[in-house]
Design a protein around this ligand. Structure first.
Ligand code: UDX
Length: 441
């Protein structure tokens, strides 16, 4: 089938490459000519395991092409996926829908009228509930025969290709049998593999995304609130999480205590969800989300305070090594990165900070030019008074604590992700601390 993917950011670039991998003929569209140039040459504009090879093979076989022209897009296919960003508005927690509206308004005038195979616009962007119906009204004025559906994505950065080609569910919000049929055809290879296909109306589809991300964020903040209780009572949050997660009704995932969540989705989505509920007069139903956000922000401060206590209560004249800059491992994305937030807070309190990350240094430097960066861990740790482990890249688990003890000034470690082996580090002479584990040191 022929389809277009409008917006080639994270979601769009992955979706376009994966749809080509499924055998479709795909045209990727973006207003950013530089990005389109890179993609057309087979180069993804960000680090994502597996994407580069898939993109290159799709481009080489010409199943995937790119353009900046919405006119070309309108003529190319009769299914258009809208994957543009919905950032947080500058003046509130609400979603900024400018890019979604621009994509739909830009495409509509060129869409063929009746007499052609019915055109379907499929939204994938994360939007406030009610957006699809509002856009349908807007589209009707410009292109009366065009149908609209919503098909949220649930991909995780670092696993985006796998999440797209082997999803746990596909949710489609449709208003017509024709739209459902078209989406079943597009995803046919995945449905043949047994992927669950949930068909509903657009409002529910929009809500599934926001409710799912809000639930994941709530789980993380819940265990981090428990970490605060553990700190005050001498209990251990890791054992607590393990024991809670062993209950199959609770489950172990998204129950890892530590520095909390960041990235381009979870923080923005809970705020947008709360803002939309308030707009609907339903603030009381989502009051929990404000607390989830607050607990999450507090974890960053708690780690800064923990580190400050480890250097004797004053960061000035102290060296701090930071391990990790991306918002999570296997990603070079630093948007709302808890690690960089902590690194910068420590710097502002007077420490000399040096940051290491296996993939995200370029993005981190662009976002925080005032921080210093090191290309290897030993260099970052040279003469440090405390080492902060802030993003749990697997290679940090392989570090040799004895070798690192030889390069720092004081062997003191804050494991803010609660994944390093305390026995091995202590045996090599390190003093340790971690949120929610007051008896660790
Ligand atoms: C998230 C959703 O998981 C995905 O379904 C949606 O499509 C987009 O938003 P992503 O932002 O890629 O994906 O990251 P995710 O893996 O969910 O992690 C989010 C943050 O939570 C990271 O900062 C991570 O370090 C943190 N986290 C995750 C925890 O602090 N504890 C956990 O137990 C799990």
């Amino acid at each position: 089938m022929r389809l277009t993917v409008i917006g080639t950011g994270y979601v769009g670039a992955v979706h376009a490459a994966c749809m080509a991998e499924l055998g479709h003929e795909v045209l990727g569209v973006d207003v950013d000519a530089e990005r389109i140039g890179a993609l057309a040459a087979g180069r993804p504009p960000f680090y994502e395991p597996g994407l580069s090879a898939m993109l290159k093979s799709a481009v080489d076989s010409r199943r995937l092409r790119f353009t900046t022209s919405l006119t070309e897009a309108a003529w190319f296919a009769d299914t258009h996926f809208v994957c543009v960003g919905t950032p947080q508005r500058a003046d509130s927690g609400a979603s900024d829908l400018r890019h979604v509206e621009a994509a739909v308004d830009g495409l509509a005038p060129y869409l063929p009228g009746s007499g052609y195979e019915r055109v379907l616009v499929v939204g994938k962007s994360t939007v406030p509930v009610g957006t699809a119906d509002r856009l349908a009204g807007r589209l009707r004025a410009l292109a009366p025969d065009v149908d609209i559906a919503w098909n949220p994505e649930f991909l995780r950065e670092g696993r985006a290709v796998r999440d797209t080609l082997r999803p746990e569910r596909i949710v489609v919000g449709v208003r017509s049998v024709h739209a459902e049929r078209r989406l079943r055809e597009i995803y046919a290879p995945l449905l043949a593999d047994g992927t669950r296909f949930i068909v509903t109306e657009p409002a529910t589809a929009e809500l599934v995304k926001l409710a799912s991300n809000s639930f994941l964020a709530t789980k993380i903040s819940f265990i981090n609130a428990m970490a605060e209780i553990c700190d005050a009572t001498g209990a251990d949050v890791c054992t607590l999480a393990e024991a809670m997660g062993a209950d199959s009704r609770i489950g172990p995932s998204f129950l890892a205590p530590g520095l909390g969540f960041g990235g381009s989705c979870l923080p923005k989505d809970i705020r947008a969800f709360a803002a939309r509920a308030e707009e609907l007069g339903l603030g009381a139903s989502v009051v929990l989300l404000h607390q989830v956000d607050e607990i999450n922000t507090r974890q960053r401060r708690r780690v800064v305070d923990l580190a400050e206590r480890m250097v004797g209560g004053d960061f000035r004249d102290h060296g701090v090594a930071v391990l990790g800059a991306s918002f999570k491992p296997h990603s070079d994305d630093v948007r709302d990165s808890p690690a960089l937030d902590v690194a910068d807070a420590v710097r502002r309190r007077g420490a000399r900070v040096r940051v290491h990350d296996p993939e995200a240094v370029d993005n981190a430097r662009a976002a925080h030019p005032e921080l210093q960066f090191a290309l290897d861990v030993a260099k970052a740790c040279e003469q440090a008074d405390v080492v902060l482990h802030l993003t749990e890249w697997p290679q940090y688990r392989e570090l040799d604590p004895a070798a690192l003890a030889a390069v720092v000034r004081t062997p003191a470690l804050v494991d803010a992700r609660n994944v390093l082996d305390p026995v091995a580090w202590r045996a090599a002479g390190w003093t340790l601390c971690a949120p929610g584990r007051p008896r660790l040191g």
